[in-house]
Design a protein around this ligand. Sequence first.
Ligand SMILES: C/C=C/C(=O)SCCNC(=O)CCNC(=O)[C@H](O)C(C)(C)COP(=O)(O)OP(=O)(O)OC[C@H]1O[C@@H](n2cnc3c(N)ncnc32)[C@H](O)[C@@H]1OP(=O)(O)O
Ligand SMILES: NC(=O)C1=CN([C@@H]2O[C@H](COP(=O)(O)OP(=O)(O)OC[C@H]3O[C@@H](n4cnc5c(N)ncnc54)[C@H](OP(=O)(O)O)[C@@H]3O)[C@@H](O)[C@H]2O)C=CC1
Length: 446
Amino acid sequence: MTVKDILAAIQSDATSADFAAIPLPESYRAITVHKDETEMFAGLETRDKDPRKSTHLDEVPLPELGPGEALVAVMASSVNYNSVWTSIFEPLSTFGFLERYGRTNELAKRHDLPYHIIGSDLAGVVLRTGPGVNAWKPGDEVVAHCLSVEMESSDGHNDTMLDPEQRIWGFETNFGGLAEIALVKSNQLMPKPGHLSWEEAAAPGLVNSTAYRQLVSRNGAGMKQGDNVLIWGASGGLGSYATQFALAGGANPICVVSSDQKADICRSMGAEAIIDRNAEGYKFWKDERTQDPKEWKRFGKRIRELTGGEDIDIVFEHPGRETFGASVFVTRKGGTITTCASTSGYMHEYDNRYLWMSLKRIIGSHFANYREAWEANRLIAKGKIHPTLSKVYSLEDTGQAAYDVHRNLHQGKVGVLCLAPEEGLGVRDTELRAEHIDAINRFRNV
Ligand SMILES: C/C=C/C(=O)SCCNC(=O)CCNC(=O)[C@H](O)C(C)(C)COP(=O)(O)OP(=O)(O)OC[C@H]1O[C@@H](n2cnc3c(N)ncnc32)[C@H](O)[C@@H]1OP(=O)(O)O
Ligand SMILES: NC(=O)C1=CN([C@@H]2O[C@H](COP(=O)(O)OP(=O)(O)OC[C@H]3O[C@@H](n4cnc5c(N)ncnc54)[C@H](OP(=O)(O)O)[C@@H]3O)[C@@H](O)[C@H]2O)C=CC1
């Protein structure tokens, strides 16, 4: 039996019993990085490390299915920046995560392999569920969020992100979504939004959930109506969802982008206050070690021009070292800087006087708990928030897709077709789709 038979079942009217009866293949194709290549970029600058060289399309054996788990036929996935980090082996090789996980118990040993199947998003069809799974069955059309937790400690019982064994699936675990079949914990599964194609449904998951916790949830900034929200990379992966949340929640996004084209995308989402950081030439660092507070002030002045004199209630931070000093400075008294990443460097510097004297807060945020991921997916399913898929690649070309994201050549989200033979398949609710078709296509081919 091969994955072709699985695809044929998905494209027919197969029932749950039919799916359960399909014999599973012994192997499948997956995007991997290799443990014996983790030093391949030693000595190179970050920007010169090329994911096209380190990612491979390999035939890999099907992993054993454990209790509480599901095997999913992946129709489509998407590229996240964590796959860029994995493929350039920064800030560290992900094989360390797999080894550490492998040491925790007998079943987790499966993850500690000389190859890492990457990818933290998927849309597809459940093939098999393990013992103890009752909520999902073969044939269910699903998306998967990327929170993997064990839930054996009380630390995570209020907020699953606080579980001491919290991992990001496809980054800190093996058997990720950039593959024809993926292994997930069944609690990662959520219903696939019916009005979206496979590749559209696979695009929002990780970034949409992250932006939801970071900006909207009480665990993050708890955004409210009227807030001025400074959004870095407002047309990028995280930013394109943060911008939508700000607009849908009655806040006022101040969108930072780096080109006219990206400014136009933000405008078409409904944003009015837009700063082109490239055109306006902000240089927050005079040299590698010295920031330039005059540039923070010039940036703050521009924000005031756009807001009618108001400062920022919430900064949606992720560029990190390059922007963090400016972000802390432009936040209003009592305001919040919420950060989930450090793309340009994780050793941040800011002038702490502006933080404590003006009673500002920095909040660390990471992905989303089970409930937040579910709520974020619900907003997609209801057509309140839309995928920001720009371009779609074949599984073979995943390295190129990751290269584009690494070099900031993309818009919004980049999709990958895994088992889906072409784009546009998998739509079940044509009525809801028709209602939102312009928004769904907003980022396509720009
Ligand atoms: C959803 C998508 C998300 C993204 O895209 S995020 C962006 C990509 N992700 C990243 O860039 C993050 C990658 N991860 C990392 O860089 C590392 O993962 C961390 C820096 C987050 C953590 O490093 P680690 O090595 O796992 O942990 P340690 O704390 O540096 O070392 C562990 C050792 O330190 C001991 N330790 C921890 N806390 C304390 C303490 N408070 N006092 C004393 N010791 C402590 C532990 O016990 C253990 O020790 P022992 O090595 O002997 O086992
Ligand atoms: N902790 C978590 O849960 C998560 C963390 N992340 C992390 O967040 C970061 C961003 O992810 P994502 O949004 O998907 O990536 P994208 O590359 O899709 O978007 C990021 C955008 O940020 C802007 N940007 C990049 N570098 C700088 C810089 N030096 N100064 C100012 N703006 C910059 C760019 O927009 P422009 O050029 O238009 O300004 C870019 O398009 C990554 O490091 C990723 O690993 C992502 C998801 C979850």
